[in-house]
Design a binder for this molecule. Structure first.
Ligand code: ZN
Length: 87
């Protein structure tokens, strides 16, 4: 009997998971952190993205101690003010 430990199934729909890399965004207070090429699994049936606990812990560490490759400015809108007619 073989154990397929790397053949995980989607916890949402039971679909098959496929290895992929994603851009993950993580919010801390009002700051947004972007992580490119994060190893993840995507469900081939429902499209749900799964990230390993271990990877999430590494992301936590990077937010605290890591050196980002570059920074981007994030546009911020206050919605009611943005849609109000100009005076
Ligand atoms: Zn699924």
């Amino acid at each position: 009997m073989t154990t397929k430990s790397n053949n995980q199934l989607c916890a949402v729909c039971g679909g098959e998971l496929q290895d992929t890399t994603i851009t993950h965004e993580e919010k801390r207070d009002s700051q947004i952190y972007l992580f490119q090429n994060v190893p993840a699994k995507v469900c081939t049936a429902c499209g749900e993205i799964w990230i390993d606990e271990e990877v999430l812990q590494q992301i936590d560490k990077l937010i605290e101690y890591g050196a980002p490759m570059r920074k981007v400015e994030t546009p911020v809108y206050d919605f009611p003010r943005a849609v109000a007619p100009a005076h």
